[in-house]
Every structure is written in C-alpha cells, then in structure tokens.
Design a binder for this molecule. Structure first.
Ligand code: PNS
Length: 163
C-alpha cells in the first residue's frame, strides 16, 4: 500500500459557505483524507461559537464524510498539520486579490515547516465573489442567503439574527 496523503483545509468557517463546500468536495476527490480545521483565534470575534461552526461543517459535508474529518485548532496551523499527519494545506484562491495574502501565508508556513506544501484550489466560478464576511453582512441585514450557504447554515443565521 502506498502512503496516505492527508490534506488539511483550515479556516474560520464563520460561517461555512457554498464556496467552502465546493472546496471540500474538490479536496476530498484529490486526497486520501481531508481534515477541515476550524480555527480558534482568541483575538477575533466570530458570529458563531467554535462548536457551532464545527457542527455546521459536520452536518453539511453529507456523502463525503467518509474521507472528511472536522477538527479544531488553536495556535499555529503548522502545529495542527503536524499533529494530524497532514502534509498538504489546501486554500481557495478566488482571484488576484486572494493570491497576495495566500502566497504570503503559504510561504510563511513553508518557512516554519518546509515539508508542508500548500495547494491552491480555484473555486467554481459561481462562488468566485462569495465570502463569509459578505454572508455575515447580508445575514445581519436580514437579506436572503439561501443561494450562498447550505440550508442548515441559512437556518442558523436566521436564528442568530432574527428579524
Ligand atoms: O477563514 P480564514 O479567516 O481565511 O482563515 C485564516 C486561517 C485560520 C487559516 C489563518 O489565519 C491561520 O492559519 N491561522 C493560524 C495561525 C497561523 O498559523 N499563522 C501563521 C501562518 S500565516
């Protein structure tokens, strides 16, 4: 048997969007195992607590759940990758503006852990404009998010920001 390649997909997932879900499906196809790593950043306010962010990811991954595991991480991504035996980080790059910050993050992580590679995925074009930040703004303003996030996330947002 060859080696298993484990990839880690880190993010805040505040909340999970259809763009994230698209990447999870692409990652699960390419790698033997995919860890969705929900980050805890003590200095950053989130609209959902860690447990709810993780539950929403877990509840929305459906049929890919056999190869996808949801974990949390605090501190450095390279330490989480080491802990779980992941040799590859995946991140979505929506366009030129993402590339700057993502390249910097990838190179920083490579400095810290040279054997860890970052692979950039190009999300499906229908999600190229989408971000958790925009979803939060729309939800705060009681706008329609049904086309942007899975149904369970839309429902959680409705409860988080009741009209
Ligand atoms: O969903 P986001 O906010 O784009 O995710 C950013 C995240 C959590 C992946 C990034 O901030 C991160 O990896 N944080 C952990 C801290 C760390 O390892 N920093 C050094 C790498 S630049």
């Amino acid at each position: 048997m060859g080696t298993m390649t484990i990839a880690i997909y880190p993010g805040s997932f505040d909340p999970l969007t259809n763009g994230h879900l698209d990447l999870i499906h692409r990652g699960a196809r390419l790698f033997d195992r995919l860890l969705v790593a929900v980050g805890v950043n003590p200095g950053k306010q989130t609209i959902f607590e860690l447990q709810q962010r993780m539950d929403l990811v877990q509840g929305c991954i459906g049929e890919v759940e056999g190869v996808v595991e949801v974990v949390s991480f605090t501190g450095l991504l390279v330490d989480a990758a080491k802990e779980h035996g992941a040799t590859c980080v995946i991140r979505g790059v929506r366009g030129a503006s993402d590339l700057d910050s993502e390249s910097s993050m990838a190179n920083t992580n490579r400095t810290l852990l040279p054997e860890l590679d970052t692979v950039f995925f190009s999300p499906a074009p229908e999600w190229s404009f989408l971000s958790s930040r925009l979803v939060r703004e729309i939800a705060r303003g009681h706008g329609e998010v049904n086309k942007l996030v899975p149904p369970a996330v839309a429902q959680a947002l409705q409860q988080r920001f009741p009209d």
